[in-house]
Design a protein around this ligand. Structure first.
Ligand code: ACM
Ligand code: ZN
Length: 509
Protein backbone atom coordinates (compact mmCIF):
# COMPACT_ATOMS: atom_id res chain seq x y z
CA UNK A 1 0.00 0.00 0.00
CA UNK A 2 1.42 3.34 -0.96
CA UNK A 3 -1.50 5.70 -0.49
CA UNK A 4 -1.42 8.77 1.80
CA UNK A 5 -3.61 9.28 3.74
CA UNK A 6 -3.86 5.58 4.51
CA UNK A 7 -7.29 4.15 3.58
CA UNK A 8 -9.55 2.62 6.19
CA UNK A 9 -9.55 -0.89 4.76
CA UNK A 10 -7.72 -2.53 1.87
CA UNK A 11 -6.79 -5.88 0.34
CA UNK A 12 -3.93 -6.01 -2.10
CA UNK A 13 -3.71 -8.73 -4.74
CA UNK A 14 -1.20 -9.80 -7.39
CA UNK A 15 -2.77 -8.83 -10.71
CA UNK A 16 -2.77 -5.67 -12.79
CA UNK A 17 -5.26 -3.76 -14.87
CA UNK A 18 -3.33 -2.50 -17.89
CA UNK A 19 -4.61 0.69 -19.47
CA UNK A 20 -4.68 0.59 -23.26
CA UNK A 21 -7.80 1.11 -25.30
CA UNK A 22 -9.75 1.29 -22.05
CA UNK A 23 -13.48 1.94 -21.92
CA UNK A 24 -15.27 4.06 -19.35
CA UNK A 25 -18.80 4.43 -18.02
CA UNK A 26 -20.11 6.60 -15.20
CA UNK A 27 -23.36 7.51 -13.44
CA UNK A 28 -24.59 10.94 -14.43
CA UNK A 29 -24.48 12.01 -10.75
CA UNK A 30 -20.72 11.51 -10.79
CA UNK A 31 -20.16 13.35 -14.06
CA UNK A 32 -17.96 16.09 -12.59
CA UNK A 33 -15.51 13.67 -11.03
CA UNK A 34 -15.65 11.44 -14.09
CA UNK A 35 -14.55 14.38 -16.23
CA UNK A 36 -11.76 15.11 -13.77
CA UNK A 37 -10.57 11.48 -13.96
CA UNK A 38 -10.72 11.38 -17.77
CA UNK A 39 -8.66 14.54 -17.89
CA UNK A 40 -6.10 13.11 -15.46
CA UNK A 41 -5.70 9.87 -17.44
CA UNK A 42 -5.39 11.79 -20.70
CA UNK A 43 -2.76 14.19 -19.38
CA UNK A 44 -0.80 11.49 -17.62
CA UNK A 45 -0.94 8.62 -20.11
CA UNK A 46 -2.19 10.08 -23.37
CA UNK A 47 -5.05 7.57 -23.27
CA UNK A 48 -8.49 8.89 -24.14
CA UNK A 49 -10.93 6.75 -22.15
CA UNK A 50 -13.68 5.68 -24.54
CA UNK A 51 -17.28 5.95 -23.38
CA UNK A 52 -19.16 2.68 -23.63
CA UNK A 53 -22.13 1.27 -21.80
CA UNK A 54 -20.39 -1.97 -20.78
CA UNK A 55 -16.99 -0.63 -19.87
CA UNK A 56 -13.83 -1.72 -18.05
CA UNK A 57 -13.79 1.34 -15.80
CA UNK A 58 -17.06 2.13 -14.03
CA UNK A 59 -17.98 4.97 -11.69
CA UNK A 60 -21.18 3.89 -9.95
CA UNK A 61 -23.57 5.48 -7.51
CA UNK A 62 -23.98 3.66 -4.18
CA UNK A 63 -26.57 5.08 -1.80
CA UNK A 64 -25.26 2.98 1.07
CA UNK A 65 -22.05 4.94 1.23
CA UNK A 66 -21.45 8.07 3.32
CA UNK A 67 -21.07 11.62 2.07
CA UNK A 68 -17.30 11.51 1.52
CA UNK A 69 -16.89 7.74 1.30
CA UNK A 70 -15.74 5.67 -1.68
CA UNK A 71 -14.98 2.07 -2.58
CA UNK A 72 -12.51 0.90 -5.18
CA UNK A 73 -12.45 -2.57 -6.67
CA UNK A 74 -9.68 -3.12 -9.19
CA UNK A 75 -9.15 -6.50 -10.84
CA UNK A 76 -7.25 -7.58 -13.95
CA UNK A 77 -10.30 -6.84 -16.06
CA UNK A 78 -12.10 -3.96 -14.45
CA UNK A 79 -12.01 -0.99 -12.16
CA UNK A 80 -15.04 0.02 -10.16
CA UNK A 81 -15.26 3.23 -8.15
CA UNK A 82 -18.40 3.50 -6.03
CA UNK A 83 -19.56 6.64 -4.21
CA UNK A 84 -22.76 8.31 -3.11
CA UNK A 85 -21.64 11.81 -4.01
CA UNK A 86 -19.31 13.54 -6.38
CA UNK A 87 -17.03 14.38 -3.46
CA UNK A 88 -16.76 10.71 -2.46
CA UNK A 89 -15.82 9.89 -6.04
CA UNK A 90 -13.36 12.77 -6.06
CA UNK A 91 -11.51 11.30 -3.08
CA UNK A 92 -11.47 7.91 -4.79
CA UNK A 93 -9.82 9.60 -7.76
CA UNK A 94 -7.15 11.16 -5.53
CA UNK A 95 -6.36 7.61 -4.42
CA UNK A 96 -6.30 6.50 -8.06
CA UNK A 97 -3.79 9.23 -8.87
CA UNK A 98 -1.43 7.72 -6.29
CA UNK A 99 -2.07 4.12 -7.35
CA UNK A 100 -1.26 4.53 -11.05
CA UNK A 101 1.92 2.68 -12.06
CA UNK A 102 4.16 2.77 -15.12
CA UNK A 103 6.46 0.01 -16.32
CA UNK A 104 7.87 -1.14 -19.67
CA UNK A 105 5.91 1.40 -21.66
CA UNK A 106 2.59 0.55 -19.99
CA UNK A 107 0.39 2.32 -17.47
CA UNK A 108 -1.49 0.02 -15.11
CA UNK A 109 -3.38 -0.22 -11.84
CA UNK A 110 -2.53 -2.87 -9.25
CA UNK A 111 -5.29 -5.27 -8.30
CA UNK A 112 -6.70 -3.92 -5.04
CA UNK A 113 -9.89 -3.53 -3.00
CA UNK A 114 -10.35 -0.39 -0.88
CA UNK A 115 -13.06 0.92 1.44
CA UNK A 116 -12.34 4.43 2.61
CA UNK A 117 -13.83 7.42 4.37
CA UNK A 118 -12.44 10.27 6.49
CA UNK A 119 -12.08 10.27 10.25
CA UNK A 120 -12.88 14.01 10.49
CA UNK A 121 -15.43 16.02 8.55
CA UNK A 122 -13.27 19.15 8.76
CA UNK A 123 -9.83 18.88 7.15
CA UNK A 124 -8.46 22.38 6.78
CA UNK A 125 -5.47 24.33 5.64
CA UNK A 126 -5.04 28.04 6.38
CA UNK A 127 -3.11 30.38 4.12
CA UNK A 128 -2.13 33.87 5.30
CA UNK A 129 -2.04 36.22 2.31
CA UNK A 130 -1.99 39.32 4.54
CA UNK A 131 1.62 39.21 5.75
CA UNK A 132 2.83 38.39 2.28
CA UNK A 133 0.42 38.75 -0.58
CA UNK A 134 -0.10 35.81 -2.93
CA UNK A 135 -2.49 36.00 -5.86
CA UNK A 136 -5.07 33.85 -7.57
CA UNK A 137 -2.59 31.60 -9.35
CA UNK A 138 -0.72 30.66 -6.20
CA UNK A 139 -3.95 30.06 -4.27
CA UNK A 140 -5.29 27.81 -7.04
CA UNK A 141 -2.03 25.86 -7.10
CA UNK A 142 -2.39 25.24 -3.37
CA UNK A 143 -6.04 24.25 -3.83
CA UNK A 144 -4.89 21.55 -6.26
CA UNK A 145 -2.24 20.33 -3.86
CA UNK A 146 -4.34 20.22 -0.71
CA UNK A 147 -7.35 18.67 -2.41
CA UNK A 148 -4.97 16.00 -3.70
CA UNK A 149 -4.35 15.31 0.02
CA UNK A 150 -8.13 15.05 0.61
CA UNK A 151 -8.49 18.36 2.45
CA UNK A 152 -11.92 19.97 2.19
CA UNK A 153 -11.50 23.47 3.68
CA UNK A 154 -9.23 26.32 2.66
CA UNK A 155 -9.23 29.10 5.25
CA UNK A 156 -7.92 32.36 3.76
CA UNK A 157 -6.50 34.80 6.30
CA UNK A 158 -7.33 37.89 4.24
CA UNK A 159 -6.66 40.78 6.59
CA UNK A 160 -4.06 41.67 9.18
CA UNK A 161 -1.98 44.54 10.55
CA UNK A 162 0.35 44.33 7.55
CA UNK A 163 -2.19 44.33 4.75
CA UNK A 164 -5.83 44.13 3.63
CA UNK A 165 -6.21 41.72 0.73
CA UNK A 166 -9.76 41.91 -0.56
CA UNK A 167 -11.55 44.48 -2.59
CA UNK A 168 -14.40 46.50 -1.14
CA UNK A 169 -16.75 48.56 -3.27
CA UNK A 170 -18.16 50.39 -0.27
CA UNK A 171 -14.84 51.20 1.38
CA UNK A 172 -12.32 51.70 -1.45
CA UNK A 173 -9.69 53.11 0.91
CA UNK A 174 -9.15 49.48 1.90
CA UNK A 175 -7.57 48.73 -1.46
CA UNK A 176 -6.08 52.20 -1.88
CA UNK A 177 -4.42 52.45 1.53
CA UNK A 178 -4.82 49.27 3.57
CA UNK A 179 -3.50 46.89 0.93
CA UNK A 180 -0.07 48.55 0.85
CA UNK A 181 2.75 48.86 3.35
CA UNK A 182 5.91 50.88 3.02
CA UNK A 183 8.30 48.08 3.76
CA UNK A 184 8.85 44.77 5.46
CA UNK A 185 10.93 44.00 8.51
CA UNK A 186 13.99 41.83 7.94
CA UNK A 187 15.53 39.23 10.24
CA UNK A 188 18.06 41.80 11.48
CA UNK A 189 15.28 44.15 12.59
CA UNK A 190 15.66 46.75 9.83
CA UNK A 191 12.86 47.66 7.40
CA UNK A 192 13.67 46.88 3.76
CA UNK A 193 12.01 50.02 2.39
CA UNK A 194 10.38 48.11 -0.46
CA UNK A 195 6.63 48.68 -0.76
CA UNK A 196 4.63 45.46 -0.46
CA UNK A 197 1.08 45.47 -1.76
CA UNK A 198 -1.70 43.56 -3.41
CA UNK A 199 -5.31 42.54 -3.04
CA UNK A 200 -7.78 40.23 -4.71
CA UNK A 201 -10.58 41.66 -6.79
CA UNK A 202 -14.07 40.30 -6.16
CA UNK A 203 -14.06 38.62 -9.55
CA UNK A 204 -10.80 36.83 -8.72
CA UNK A 205 -12.16 35.70 -5.36
CA UNK A 206 -15.24 34.29 -7.09
CA UNK A 207 -13.01 32.38 -9.49
CA UNK A 208 -11.02 30.98 -6.56
CA UNK A 209 -14.23 29.91 -4.80
CA UNK A 210 -15.47 28.14 -7.93
CA UNK A 211 -12.11 26.51 -8.61
CA UNK A 212 -12.15 25.21 -5.03
CA UNK A 213 -15.76 24.03 -5.25
CA UNK A 214 -14.91 21.83 -8.23
CA UNK A 215 -12.23 20.25 -6.03
CA UNK A 216 -14.65 19.78 -3.14
CA UNK A 217 -13.09 22.48 -1.01
CA UNK A 218 -14.98 25.23 0.75
CA UNK A 219 -13.12 28.53 0.98
CA UNK A 220 -13.57 30.18 4.39
CA UNK A 221 -12.74 33.89 4.48
CA UNK A 222 -11.30 35.40 7.64
CA UNK A 223 -11.72 39.03 8.58
CA UNK A 224 -9.71 39.19 11.79
CA UNK A 225 -11.33 41.44 14.42
CA UNK A 226 -11.10 43.42 16.71
CA UNK A 227 -7.28 43.01 16.81
CA UNK A 228 -4.92 42.58 13.86
CA UNK A 229 -6.76 45.50 12.23
CA UNK A 230 -4.03 48.11 11.76
CA UNK A 231 -4.35 48.02 7.97
CA UNK A 232 -8.03 48.99 8.14
CA UNK A 233 -7.37 51.51 10.92
CA UNK A 234 -4.70 53.22 8.80
CA UNK A 235 -7.45 53.98 6.27
CA UNK A 236 -10.29 54.56 8.75
CA UNK A 237 -8.61 55.90 11.94
CA UNK A 238 -12.03 57.06 13.18
CA UNK A 239 -12.53 53.47 14.35
CA UNK A 240 -9.73 53.78 16.92
CA UNK A 241 -10.62 54.21 20.57
CA UNK A 242 -11.02 57.71 21.98
CA UNK A 243 -7.78 59.40 22.92
CA UNK A 244 -5.59 57.10 20.81
CA UNK A 245 -3.04 58.73 18.49
CA UNK A 246 -4.58 58.29 15.07
CA UNK A 247 -1.39 58.79 13.10
CA UNK A 248 -1.01 55.12 12.20
CA UNK A 249 0.25 53.22 9.19
CA UNK A 250 -0.10 49.75 7.78
CA UNK A 251 2.54 47.89 9.77
CA UNK A 252 5.92 46.89 8.38
CA UNK A 253 6.87 44.85 11.45
CA UNK A 254 5.27 41.65 12.77
CA UNK A 255 3.92 41.09 16.27
CA UNK A 256 0.85 42.24 18.13
CA UNK A 257 -0.51 45.78 17.91
CA UNK A 258 -2.31 47.54 20.76
CA UNK A 259 -4.34 49.49 18.26
CA UNK A 260 -7.55 47.55 17.84
CA UNK A 261 -11.06 48.46 16.74
CA UNK A 262 -13.13 50.46 19.19
CA UNK A 263 -15.95 48.25 20.43
CA UNK A 264 -17.90 51.19 21.84
CA UNK A 265 -18.25 53.08 18.58
CA UNK A 266 -21.41 52.32 16.59
CA UNK A 267 -19.54 53.11 13.39
CA UNK A 268 -17.32 50.06 13.97
CA UNK A 269 -20.38 47.81 13.91
CA UNK A 270 -21.81 49.55 10.86
CA UNK A 271 -18.63 49.34 8.78
CA UNK A 272 -17.91 45.72 9.70
CA UNK A 273 -21.47 44.68 8.90
CA UNK A 274 -21.17 46.38 5.52
CA UNK A 275 -17.90 44.57 4.92
CA UNK A 276 -19.32 41.22 5.97
CA UNK A 277 -22.16 41.70 3.49
CA UNK A 278 -19.55 42.19 0.78
CA UNK A 279 -17.67 39.14 2.03
CA UNK A 280 -20.80 36.98 1.94
CA UNK A 281 -21.56 38.17 -1.57
CA UNK A 282 -18.26 36.67 -2.71
CA UNK A 283 -17.96 33.66 -0.40
CA UNK A 284 -20.95 31.29 -0.26
CA UNK A 285 -19.28 29.32 2.56
CA UNK A 286 -21.26 28.09 5.56
CA UNK A 287 -18.43 29.32 7.80
CA UNK A 288 -17.05 32.84 8.12
CA UNK A 289 -13.97 33.32 10.31
CA UNK A 290 -14.03 36.42 12.50
CA UNK A 291 -10.58 36.01 14.02
CA UNK A 292 -10.58 37.32 17.58
CA UNK A 293 -6.98 36.46 18.44
CA UNK A 294 -4.41 38.63 20.17
CA UNK A 295 -6.49 41.70 20.92
CA UNK A 296 -4.82 43.63 23.76
CA UNK A 297 -7.38 45.54 25.80
CA UNK A 298 -5.22 48.56 26.76
CA UNK A 299 -7.12 50.98 24.52
CA UNK A 300 -10.52 49.64 25.55
CA UNK A 301 -9.67 50.21 29.21
CA UNK A 302 -8.94 53.87 28.55
CA UNK A 303 -11.70 54.59 26.04
CA UNK A 304 -14.82 56.47 27.12
CA UNK A 305 -16.91 54.81 24.38
CA UNK A 306 -15.79 51.27 25.27
CA UNK A 307 -16.34 51.91 28.95
CA UNK A 308 -19.82 53.30 28.26
CA UNK A 309 -20.63 50.19 26.26
CA UNK A 310 -19.48 47.96 29.11
CA UNK A 311 -21.75 49.84 31.50
CA UNK A 312 -24.73 49.99 29.18
CA UNK A 313 -24.60 46.28 28.34
CA UNK A 314 -23.86 45.34 31.94
CA UNK A 315 -20.62 43.56 31.01
CA UNK A 316 -18.13 42.35 33.55
CA UNK A 317 -14.96 43.63 31.90
CA UNK A 318 -13.09 44.11 28.61
CA UNK A 319 -12.92 40.35 27.93
CA UNK A 320 -16.70 40.23 28.20
CA UNK A 321 -16.83 43.17 25.79
CA UNK A 322 -14.92 41.11 23.24
CA UNK A 323 -17.45 38.28 23.66
CA UNK A 324 -20.26 40.82 23.22
CA UNK A 325 -18.55 42.17 20.10
CA UNK A 326 -18.13 38.66 18.69
CA UNK A 327 -21.71 37.68 19.50
CA UNK A 328 -22.95 40.75 17.68
CA UNK A 329 -21.36 39.58 14.45
CA UNK A 330 -22.29 35.93 14.99
CA UNK A 331 -25.91 37.06 15.26
CA UNK A 332 -25.51 39.16 12.16
CA UNK A 333 -24.02 36.26 10.17
CA UNK A 334 -26.66 33.82 11.40
CA UNK A 335 -29.35 35.96 9.76
CA UNK A 336 -27.75 34.92 6.49
CA UNK A 337 -27.42 31.28 7.48
CA UNK A 338 -23.71 31.56 8.23
CA UNK A 339 -21.75 30.31 11.22
CA UNK A 340 -18.86 32.19 12.82
CA UNK A 341 -15.51 30.65 13.68
CA UNK A 342 -13.18 32.38 16.15
CA UNK A 343 -9.67 31.77 17.48
CA UNK A 344 -9.72 30.34 20.99
CA UNK A 345 -8.40 33.57 22.55
CA UNK A 346 -12.04 34.66 22.42
CA UNK A 347 -13.42 31.65 24.30
CA UNK A 348 -15.50 33.19 27.10
CA UNK A 349 -18.52 32.08 29.15
CA UNK A 350 -20.65 34.72 27.37
CA UNK A 351 -19.71 33.60 23.88
CA UNK A 352 -22.68 32.29 21.85
CA UNK A 353 -23.01 28.51 21.83
CA UNK A 354 -23.01 28.41 18.06
CA UNK A 355 -19.58 30.02 17.60
CA UNK A 356 -17.02 27.42 16.57
CA UNK A 357 -13.68 27.73 18.33
CA UNK A 358 -10.41 27.21 16.52
CA UNK A 359 -7.92 26.11 19.14
CA UNK A 360 -4.32 27.21 18.60
CA UNK A 361 -2.85 28.90 21.65
CA UNK A 362 -0.21 27.07 23.70
CA UNK A 363 -1.09 26.77 27.38
CA UNK A 364 -4.85 27.00 26.82
CA UNK A 365 -5.69 23.45 25.80
CA UNK A 366 -7.32 22.52 29.10
CA UNK A 367 -9.84 25.32 28.73
CA UNK A 368 -10.62 24.36 25.14
CA UNK A 369 -10.98 20.66 26.02
CA UNK A 370 -13.35 21.59 28.84
CA UNK A 371 -15.47 23.61 26.43
CA UNK A 372 -15.53 20.75 23.91
CA UNK A 373 -16.44 18.30 26.65
CA UNK A 374 -19.52 20.36 27.44
CA UNK A 375 -21.00 21.52 24.13
CA UNK A 376 -18.60 23.71 22.15
CA UNK A 377 -17.70 22.72 18.57
CA UNK A 378 -13.95 22.94 18.05
CA UNK A 379 -11.40 22.83 15.25
CA UNK A 380 -7.96 21.83 16.48
CA UNK A 381 -4.91 23.77 15.25
CA UNK A 382 -2.45 23.24 18.08
CA UNK A 383 0.44 25.63 17.58
CA UNK A 384 3.16 23.14 18.58
CA UNK A 385 2.02 20.49 16.08
CA UNK A 386 0.17 22.09 13.20
CA UNK A 387 1.70 25.54 12.59
CA UNK A 388 3.48 24.86 9.32
CA UNK A 389 5.38 28.16 9.23
CA UNK A 390 7.58 26.99 12.10
CA UNK A 391 10.84 25.25 11.26
CA UNK A 392 11.21 21.49 11.09
CA UNK A 393 13.73 21.92 13.89
CA UNK A 394 10.87 22.91 16.18
CA UNK A 395 8.14 20.82 14.60
CA UNK A 396 9.65 17.78 12.88
CA UNK A 397 7.52 15.63 10.61
CA UNK A 398 7.11 12.89 13.21
CA UNK A 399 5.76 15.35 15.77
CA UNK A 400 3.08 16.57 13.39
CA UNK A 401 2.30 12.99 12.36
CA UNK A 402 1.85 11.78 15.93
CA UNK A 403 -0.43 14.65 16.90
CA UNK A 404 -3.63 13.49 18.59
CA UNK A 405 -6.41 16.06 18.28
CA UNK A 406 -8.66 13.98 20.55
CA UNK A 407 -6.41 14.00 23.59
CA UNK A 408 -8.60 14.56 26.65
CA UNK A 409 -11.75 14.75 24.55
CA UNK A 410 -14.81 12.92 25.85
CA UNK A 411 -17.31 14.14 23.27
CA UNK A 412 -15.64 13.31 19.98
CA UNK A 413 -18.58 14.69 18.02
CA UNK A 414 -17.60 18.18 19.18
CA UNK A 415 -14.24 18.01 17.42
CA UNK A 416 -15.07 18.92 13.85
CA UNK A 417 -11.54 18.24 12.75
CA UNK A 418 -8.16 19.84 12.37
CA UNK A 419 -6.57 22.68 10.44
CA UNK A 420 -2.93 23.42 9.69
CA UNK A 421 -2.11 27.12 9.24
CA UNK A 422 0.68 28.63 7.16
CA UNK A 423 1.36 32.14 8.46
CA UNK A 424 3.59 34.06 6.11
CA UNK A 425 5.64 36.53 8.14
CA UNK A 426 8.77 34.66 7.08
CA UNK A 427 7.32 33.05 3.96
CA UNK A 428 7.74 35.40 1.03
CA UNK A 429 7.89 33.12 -2.00
CA UNK A 430 6.65 29.87 -3.49
CA UNK A 431 9.81 27.88 -2.74
CA UNK A 432 9.46 28.70 0.96
CA UNK A 433 5.71 27.97 0.96
CA UNK A 434 6.43 24.53 -0.44
CA UNK A 435 9.35 23.84 1.88
CA UNK A 436 7.26 24.63 4.96
CA UNK A 437 4.16 22.74 3.82
CA UNK A 438 5.54 19.62 2.14
CA UNK A 439 5.69 16.91 3.29
CA UNK A 440 4.22 18.03 6.65
CA UNK A 441 0.83 18.52 4.99
CA UNK A 442 0.84 14.79 4.14
CA UNK A 443 1.21 14.06 7.86
CA UNK A 444 -1.61 16.48 8.63
CA UNK A 445 -3.73 14.75 5.98
CA UNK A 446 -3.23 11.41 7.67
CA UNK A 447 -4.14 12.85 11.10
CA UNK A 448 -7.30 14.33 9.55
CA UNK A 449 -8.38 11.42 7.36
CA UNK A 450 -7.02 8.12 8.63
CA UNK A 451 -8.55 6.20 11.53
CA UNK A 452 -6.22 6.92 14.50
CA UNK A 453 -5.78 3.21 15.33
CA UNK A 454 -4.25 2.65 11.87
CA UNK A 455 -1.68 5.42 12.12
CA UNK A 456 1.93 4.26 12.05
CA UNK A 457 4.87 6.59 11.47
CA UNK A 458 7.19 3.97 9.94
CA UNK A 459 4.54 2.92 7.46
CA UNK A 460 3.89 6.60 6.69
CA UNK A 461 7.60 7.23 6.01
CA UNK A 462 7.70 4.30 3.60
CA UNK A 463 4.61 5.53 1.78
CA UNK A 464 6.10 9.04 1.56
CA UNK A 465 8.74 7.66 -0.79
CA UNK A 466 5.97 7.10 -3.34
CA UNK A 467 4.66 10.62 -2.85
CA UNK A 468 7.97 12.38 -3.47
CA UNK A 469 8.12 11.59 -7.21
CA UNK A 470 4.57 12.93 -7.53
CA UNK A 471 5.59 16.13 -5.72
CA UNK A 472 8.57 16.34 -8.02
CA UNK A 473 6.41 16.07 -11.13
CA UNK A 474 4.10 18.74 -9.72
CA UNK A 475 7.10 21.01 -9.27
CA UNK A 476 6.78 21.11 -5.48
CA UNK A 477 9.88 22.19 -3.55
CA UNK A 478 9.36 19.76 -0.66
CA UNK A 479 11.71 19.43 2.33
CA UNK A 480 14.11 16.50 1.98
CA UNK A 481 14.68 13.64 4.40
CA UNK A 482 17.57 15.25 6.25
CA UNK A 483 15.49 18.37 6.79
CA UNK A 484 12.37 16.78 8.22
CA UNK A 485 14.32 14.88 10.87
CA UNK A 486 17.02 17.18 12.23
CA UNK A 487 19.31 15.83 14.96
CA UNK A 488 18.92 16.93 18.57
CA UNK A 489 21.59 19.62 18.51
CA UNK A 490 20.36 21.06 15.24
CA UNK A 491 16.85 21.17 16.65
CA UNK A 492 17.96 23.21 19.66
CA UNK A 493 20.18 25.61 17.72
CA UNK A 494 17.74 26.25 14.93
CA UNK A 495 14.66 26.56 17.09
CA UNK A 496 16.53 29.14 19.15
CA UNK A 497 17.63 31.09 16.12
CA UNK A 498 14.07 31.00 14.78
CA UNK A 499 12.75 32.60 17.94
CA UNK A 500 15.49 35.20 17.89
CA UNK A 501 14.53 35.95 14.29
CA UNK A 502 18.07 35.22 13.19
CA UNK A 503 18.80 33.94 9.78
CA UNK A 504 20.23 30.47 9.91
CA UNK A 505 21.30 28.17 7.15
CA UNK A 506 18.66 25.64 8.09
CA UNK A 507 15.84 28.16 7.97
CA UNK A 508 16.85 29.44 4.57
CA UNK A 509 16.27 26.15 2.75
C1 ACM B 1 -2.78 33.08 15.86
O1 ACM B 1 -1.81 32.33 15.65
N1 ACM B 1 -2.61 34.33 16.25
C2 ACM B 1 -4.14 32.61 15.68
ZN1 ZN C 1 -13.10 52.21 22.33
Amino acid sequence: MKVIPLPLYYEEKEGQLILTDTTFHFSEELAESAAFFQQFILMKTGINLRSEKYAQINFVLDFNLGEEEYQLDISEHSLMLAARTDSGAYYGIQTLIQLLEYKDGKYYYPEIYIEDRPKFAYRGFMFDIARHFFGKGEIMRLIDLISFHKFNYLHLHLTDDQGWRLESEKYPRLQEISSRRRGTILKDGTIDGIAHYGYLKKQELKEIVEYARLRHLEVIPEIDMPGHMTSLLAAYPELLCSGVNDNIEVRSAWGISKDILCAGNELTYKILEDLLLEVMEVFPSRYIHLGGDEAPKDNWRNCSLCQEKIKKENLENEEALQAYFFNHFQNFLSKYGRVAIGWNDGLHPDLNESVIIQHWKPGTRKKTVKAANSSRKVIMSDFLYLYLDYPYAMTPLAKTYNYNPLKGIEKEENILGIEAPLWTEWVANRAKIDFQIFPRIAAVAEVAWTAPELKDYDSFRKRLNYLYPIYQKMGVNFARNKEIKPGFLKRIINTRSWWKNEDSEFLKE
